[in-house]
Design a protein around this ligand. Structure first.
Ligand code: PLP
Length: 386
C-alpha cells in the first residue's frame, strides 16, 4: 500500500497568488514596499476589524517575519537593557527570543490546563514577586494563543491593567481564532501574526504587527525601514531595522487572503472529526475549545495521551505513524526547560511540563482529508495496549 505522505501542516496556494506577483513584476515593484504591501495590509485589517467596533482604529504593518513583529512591538513599548519582560513559557522560542535582542530578560510564566496558555493567577503572582525582588515592574507581557487556542484574555488583560503593563499578543498560530467573538491579534496593545510556510496562511516567510492606531503604525514602519528621518539625505536619530515585507511576498499574501476563510473552515472541520473519533477512546484527550469564549482555528490539532490508561507514550505513537509516512510532532518544549534560557526566572506549576510529556500534534493542514484522519485515528487505536 503506497500511501502519500501525510504532513503536519503544508502550505496550500489558491492559484490567485501568481496574479499579484505577475503584476508586481510587470510594474517593477520588486522592492519592500508597493501596492501588494498596501493591499495585503488592508486585507488583513479588514479581516481582523470588520464587524468588531472594539477593533476600530487598529492598523496593520506587514513585516518580514512574526519574530520581527514581536521585536518591533518590544521596541515600540520601550523595552531596553535591564528590563524584564514576562513571556508565556509554553511556546515556540520566537515568542521569547526578541526579548533578548533588546538586552532584556524574559521571565517565564506557566500555563493553565484549559487553554494551555498563560495562567492569569500565576501571571499576577509572578509580577508581584518581580516587583518585590527588583523594585520594578516588568515592561511588557507576551501572551500566546498556542496551536490557535485563545488564551484567557479577559483575565490576563485584567491583571495587566491592574499593574499597568502592556500586553503583546502573539497570534502567530491564531489567525482566524476568536475570543468572545473578537479576532485574536486585536485584543492586546500590540498583536503579531506569522505567515511562515507552515502557518494558517503563508507569504513564504513574513509577519504582521497589529497596531493600536495610525501613529503607532507609522512608528513601526519607520523602525522597520532603518529609522530614516524625513530629510533629503540619510539622517538617523534612532537605531532602525530592515524588517519591511517584500512586495513579492505580500503578493502571495493577497492571494492567500482569498482562501483564508476556506482554510480556517477546513481546519475546524478536521478538528470536529478528530474530536468525534477520539471521544470514544479511553485515555486520549483531544484539545478542544475549553469554554464557549474560545473559538480556536485549530491550526494544529493536538491530543494528550495518558500512558497509564493506554499503555503507550506519545513517542510510541509518533514512531508508529512515522513508519506509515504520517508526520506528527511532540508539543512545544517549554521555554523554562530550554538550556538557552536556564538562567531566566520562571514561575511554574507543572502544567506545561505535563503537556510536553504527554502531548502530540497531529496532521491538520489544507491537504489533510477526512479519510486521512480516519486512518490516523485508526492507527493510533491499533497502538493502544491496555
Ligand atoms: C511561528 C511563530 C512565531 C514566529 O513567526 P515567524 O514568522 O516564523 O518569525 C512566533 N510565535 C509563535 C507562537 C509561532 O508559532
Amino acid at each position: 500500500m503506497a500511501n502519500k505522505k501525510i504532513h503536519l501542516c503544508l502550505a496550500h496556494m489558491s492559484g490567485n497568488e501568481q496574479r499579484f506577483i505577475d503584476e508586481a513584476f510587470a510594474d517593477n515593484w520588486v522592492v519592500p514596499l508597493g501596492p501588494n504591501v498596501d493591499g495585503f495590509e488592508e486585507d488583513l485589517k479588514g479581516f481582523l476589524t470588520t464587524a468588531d467596533p472594539k477593533a476600530a482604529g487598529k492598523e496593520v504593518a506587514a513585516v518580514s517575519a512574526g519574530t520581527a513583529a514581536i521585536h518591533l512591538a518590544l521596541v515600540l513599548l520601550g523595552v531596553t537593557r535591564d528590563d524584564e519582560v514576562i513571556c508565556q513559557s509554553f511556546t515556540f522560542a520566537a515568542s521569547a527570543n526578541p526579548v533578548t535582542y533588546q538586552g532584556a530578560t524574559p521571565v517565564f510564566v506557566d500555563s493553565e490546563p484549559g487553554s494551555w496558555n498563560m495562567s492569569p493567577e500565576l501571571l499576577d503572582e509572578a509580577i508581584a514577586d518581580r516587583v518585590a525582588k527588583t523594585g520594578r515592574k516588568p515592561k511588557a507581557i507576551v501572551v500566546v494563543h498556542l496551536y490557535g487556542m485563545p488564551a484567557m484574555m479577559d483575565e490576563i488583560l485584567a491583571v495587566a491593567e491592574k499593574w499597568g503593563i502592556p500586553v503583546v499578543e502573539d497570534a502567530a498560530e491564531a489567525l482566524g481564532s476568536a475570543y468572545k467573538g473578537r479576532k485574536c491579534g486585536t485584543l492586546g496593545h500590540y498583536g503579531i501574526l506569522s505567515f511562515n510556510g507552515n502557518k494558517m496562511i503563508t507569504t513564504s516567510g513574513g509577519g504582521a504587527l497589529v497596531c493600536p492606531d495610525q501613529e503607532s503604525k507609522r512608528r513601526s514602519v519607520f523602525f522597520s525601514t532603518q529609522a530614516r528621518e524625513p530629510f533629503p539625505y540619510y539622517q538617523h536619530e534612532h537605531i532602525g531595522y530592515n524588517y519591511r515585507m517584500s512586495n513579492i511576498s505580500a503578493g502571495i499574501g493577497r492571494g492567500q487572503m482569498t482562501i483564508l476563510d476556506q482554510h480556517i473552515a477546513h481546519h475546524r472541520n478536521l478538528a470536529k472529526l478528530y474530536k468525534e473519533l477520539f471521544d470514544s477512546i479511553e485515555g486520549i484527550d483531544f484539545h478542544a475549545n475549553p469554554t464557549n469564549a474560545q473559538d480556536s482555528n485549530y491550526w494544529l490539532n493536538t491530543i494528550i495521551i495518558d500512558p497509564e490508561k493506554t499503555g503507550i507514550t506519545p513517542e510510541d505513537v509518533r514512531q508508529h505513524l512515522a513508519a506509515l509516512d504520517i508526520e506528527t510532532r511532540p508539543l512545544w518544549k517549554p521555554m523554562h526547560l530550554q538550556p538557552v534560557f536556564a538562567s531566566a526566572p520562571a514561575y511554574t506549576n507543572g502544567v506545561s511540563e505535563h503537556l510536553f510529556e504527554r502531548g502530540l500534534c497531529l496532521p491538520s493542514g489544507p491537504w489533510v482529508t477526512t479519510d486521512d484522519i480516519k486512518t490516523i485515528v485508526h492507527e493510533i487505536k491499533k497502538c493502544i495496549r491496555n
